[in-house]
Design a protein around this ligand. Structure first.
Ligand SMILES: *Cc1c(COP(=O)(O)O)cnc(C)c1O
Length: 421
């Protein structure tokens, strides 16, 4: 059974000050999970997690992760700016972008961050716009299909990212000629994986590649970035990844491949987003309507702009009706938002306890790629974000948008006067 990290009593108290909908994050859970990740990779001397900022771009969340020893993985100008504001700099920032605008490379170089190039042609592009740094990383795309012992996980051949293998060898040679001294390799081959084999299999591929690259180009490989992709159990009975087993699987590959090749001092990096945050966020909403037509509907005060994953991917997010945890799930509902889009449904044909108007609804696992994917369709405003602190207190870490925010991009014009509250 999936249990919320807040109680109904806590939420009733919180909603007196902060009306629904809002996202709330669990500081204790975030910290404990980050510590477990570091423990799982403690055998590797240079290990570092660069949290994928895009998953939960909030400076308060980034600060917590910074305190736990994490860096920041950025892929846009504003993500770099946020990382800078939080105090990340130099090797604390990994810039893993693609189709990168020139000014973003310039900013990444100004911050002295590690740059992960997405393409062979970006070598000349980077040299032209910002110069080649001493330390550089390149992203690998092996093509074909990506398989582990459990079967096919994804289709890298269809992904827009990374260098081909041949380009990687040429790229490393070219970068060396242009003055690069320290190298890294990166690859991201499958998302939201539900298997302890993903990282070890990926690590095996990258470790072999690293040995070959060193042998054929003479590049001094300092780090290997396994990127993101470790999944979380969105459904109550989904496979739960065991981070200790994953760390151990990677260690085995490390000792089989890198250590005998004399590369036992290579640092391992990760760029996890979902695994670091998803389970430690809830979207909290209130049931404000019920509707009985060909199906039974419950309308919430939250909608897909607060959480896009169900509408976009048909993703499952578990729902708890607060205070009814032990009531039988004998009602079948579609749980909807208010957008004029029929895909604005948090759940379809979901068996839940009978829902009454005013019930508080917790939508689980929204801590990553939740608020972050938000948008303003139908003129809907982004919600607040709250932090449930370790001491049980609640802190506002982003206020809800107001109509002023929504209309602010018309501030160049005096043609209209927007009625504001
Ligand atoms: C999205 C992304 C991540 C994080 O992915 P998760 O699935 O959230 O772990 C890491 N690195 C890069 C380059 C990404 O684009």
């Amino acid at each position: 059974m999936k249990k919320p990290f807040v109680t109904k009593e806590q939420l009733v108290e919180i909603t007196k000050q902060y009306p629904t909908p809002f996202h709330i994050y669990d500081e204790k859970g975030i910290r404990e999970n980050a510590r477990k990740l570091y423990k799982a990779f403690s055998w590797n001397k240079g290990f570092k997690e660069y949290f994928a900022v895009k998953a939960t771009p909030n400076p308060y969340i980034l600060s917590i992760l910074k305190e736990e020893g994490c860096g920041a993985d950025c892929s846009s100008m504003t993500e770099l700016m946020m990382a800078e504001a939080v105090g990340f700099s130099g090797d604390d920032i990994m810039f893993s972008s693609n189709a990168t605008p020139p000014e973003e490379f310039v900013k990444a170089r100004e911050l002295n961050s590690l740059i992960n190039l997405d393409d062979y042609t970006h070598i000349d592009f980077l040299e032209k716009v910002a110069g080649i740094p001493e330390t550089i990383c390149c992203r690998f795309n092996p093509g074909g299909v990506f398989k582990t012992a459990n079967g096919i996980m994804d289709n890298p051949q269809d992904a827009k990212y990374g260098f081909t293998k041949e380009q990687l060898f040429d790229g490393f040679k070219k970068l060396k000629e242009k003055g690069a001294k320290n190298f890294g390799i990166h690859s991201f081959l499958a998302s939201n994986t539900a298997s302890n084999d993903y990282y070890p299999t990926l690590a095996g591929i990258l470790f072999q590649l690293a040995v070959e690259l060193r042998d054929k180009t003479g590049a001094d490989i300092k780090f290997i970035n396994l990127s993101g992709g470790i999944g979380v159990p969105y459904k109550p009975h989904s496979h739960v990844n065991d981070i200790m087993a994953i760390g151990e699987g990677v260690r085995k590959a490390f000792e089989e491949i890198l250590v005998p090749a004399g590369m036992g001092d290579v640092a391992l990096f990760t760029e996890l987003g979902r695994y670091m945050l998803a389970p430690y966020g809830h979207l909290v909403a209130t049931a404000i309507h019920e509707k009985h037509i060909y199906k039974e509907y419950i309308g919430l005060d939250a909608c897909a702009v607060n959480l896009m994953r169900p509408a976009m991917y048909g993703a499952y997010h578990h729902i708890t009706v607060m205070g009814k945890e032990n009531v039988p799930c004998d009602h079948k509902y579609d749980i909807t938002g208010s957008l004029c889009e029929n895909n604005d449904k948090f759940a379809i044909d979901r068996m839940l306890p009978k829902i009454d108007i005013g019930d508080l609804i917790v939508i689980h696992d929204t801590g990553a790629h939740g608020f972050a994917m938000g948008y303003n369709y139908n003129g809907k405003l982004r919600s607040a974000e709250l932090l449930l602190k370790e001491d049980g207190g609640v802190k506002l870490i982003r206020r809800a948008e107001t109509p002023e925010d929504y209309f602010s991009t018309f501030d160049f014009s005096k043609d209209y006067k927007f009625p504001l509250a």
